[in-house]
Design a protein around this ligand. Structure first.
Ligand code: HEM
Length: 433
């Protein structure tokens, strides 16, 4: 019963709004649910852009332009959406009490993603050094070793393999597991739970999907809770040991805050980078002339990763709520208004990117994308993700230069995250012989 009420509050009301939006033909709403639009949202983004830079459907505002998204994401007049359904109106608060709390979630406080300063600043300070460009540079050689080991293993399963299952997911999962001192043999299980838990980022889930999400969130946070006990008993040289020290030594984190940060690092560490690598494989095999440019000049690889992030952004949307009446990039926005920032659309803004629908690994300003958001919540793991994307894609195409897709890859069923669940490829023409 409690779960039904929780679902109703978090998703049922939004589903009601979605149904209304669909009835009126609102394209922004259709983009949330129609499989064909989710598979290829880019033409719809351009149709929306043609209607204006800030669109209202009566409930939310949608920003598609680069300057407007950046202005909203950077403005101190906006805060994160702490609960997918926003602050419940007064008549619903009694139901909130009845619903109980449910498992922790990356989409709700005290998750760093769902917290505003000053708490957010406190959490972020504790972990930012471990993800700095300098720290990440020190991890590159190990990431290259892991990529080589995974490719060796994958080669034994050829000639056709699911490159997402065997490679794109395991590379980031292994790197972050090692960074956090989590047992590497748990990586498949953690990936499974993390994959389910990541759907908590989508609002308007059906009841069955909501139950699956709560199940995976409970399993993931439960596992991390006992792992943190183990870290307390046997601290090592890793980020979680430092965090436990911050909790126990100086009391700067509550148990719940510690658990929330630990799970966010773990899940964010692989749930998005798998999409970067998978989307990169799809774009590069789909644009062989671009792959040829990279073969001719490997110094282009970092820029190619920026272009994948721009062109096929692993996170397509986020949102903010106005804390007060304000004006951003020339648009007046009232207090309490929810603004969806479609970063996937901002990354195709023709005002910023010439010929934006073209995938071009030599694009001079590819790095101006907002795939990692902007402002105080700018992705903590951006340097790590870019390094893993570069190492992962380059190692794959160096090792299997004849790699070709087989059949149609399977897109993940998600709105916020954009990537593939499965992608069958033939590794080399010669393995066949
Ligand atoms: C291609 C891969 C990745 C993409 C596209 C990505 C994207 C993003 C985006 C868009 C946000 C901000 C959301 C918002 O503003 O509402 C974010 C935040 C975050 N990301 Fe990533 N991310 C990636 C990889 C990683 C990795 C490898 C880690 C490592 C642990 C990570 C950790 C985080 C954390 C902790 C936050 C919260 C930061 C905060 O709220 O201050 N991400 N990411």
């Amino acid at each position: 019963m409690r779960r039904r009420i929780r679902w109703g509050l978090r998703h049922g009301l939004i589903r009601f709004a979605i149904r209304r939006g669909i009835k009126t033909g609102d394209l922004g709403t259709r983009l949330m649910v129609e499989p064909e639009l989710l598979a290829d949202p880019f033409p719809a983004y351009e149709q929306l852009r043609a209607q204006g830079r800030l669109l209202s459907n009566g409930m939310v505002l949608t920003a598609l332009d680069h300057d407007l998204c950046v202005a909203v994401l950077r403005s101190p007049d906006f805060g994160v959406v702490g609960n997918p359904s926003g602050q419940a109106p007064a008549p619903l608060r009694a139901f909130e009490r009845l619903a109980g709390r449910g498992p922790l979630s990356p989409a709700e406080p005290p998750s760093m993603l769902a917290t505003d300063p000053p708490d957010h600043t406190r959490y972020r300070k504790l972990v930012s050094r471990a993800f700095s460009a300098k720290a990440v540079a020190g991890l590159r050689t190990r990431a290259e070793e892991i990529a080589a080991e995974l490719l060796d293993e994958m080669a034994t399963h050829g000639p056709t393999v699911d490159v997402v299952h065997e490679y794109a997911s395991l590379l980031p999962a292994t790197v972050i597991a090692e960074m956090l001192g989590a047992p590497v043999e748990m990586r498949r299980q953690l990936l499974d739970w993390g994959h389910g838990a990541a759907n908590s980022l989508d609002a308007g889930l059906g009841f069955a999907d909501f139950l699956d999400v709560e199940h995976d969130l409970t399993a993931l946070y439960g596992w991390m809770d006992s792992h943190l006990d183990e870290v307390r008993r046997n601290p090592g040289q890793n980020i979680l040991s430092d965090l436990v020290h911050a909790r126990d030594g100086e009391g700067r984190l509550t148990d719940e805050e510690l658990l929330s940060i630990a799970v966010l690092l773990l899940a964010a560490g692989f749930e998005t980078t798998v999409n970067l690598i998978g989307n990169g494989i799809a774009q590069l095999t789909g644009h062989p002339e671009q792959l040829a440019l990279l073969r001719a000049d490997p110094a282009l690889w970092p820029n190619a990763v920026e272009e994948v992030l721009r062109y096929d952004s692993p996170v397509q949307r986020t949102g903010r709520v106005a804390h007060r009446d304000t004006e951003v990039a020339g648009e007046r926005i009232r207090a309490g208004q929810l603004v969806l920032t479609l970063v996937g659309a901002a990354n195709r803004d023709p005002q910023v990117f010439a010929d934006p629908q073209r995938f071009d690994v030599t694009r001079a300003n590819a790095g101006d994308h907002v795939a990692f958001s902007s402002g105080v919540h700018y992705c903590l793991g951006a340097a790590l993700a870019k390094m893993e994307g570069e190492v992962g894609l380059r190692a794959l195409f160096d090792r299997f230069p004849d790699l070709v897709p087989v059949g149609t890859p399977q897109r993940r069923k998600a709105r916020v995250l954009r990537g593939y669940d499965a992608m069958t490829v033939r590794l080399t023409a010669s393995v066949d012989a």
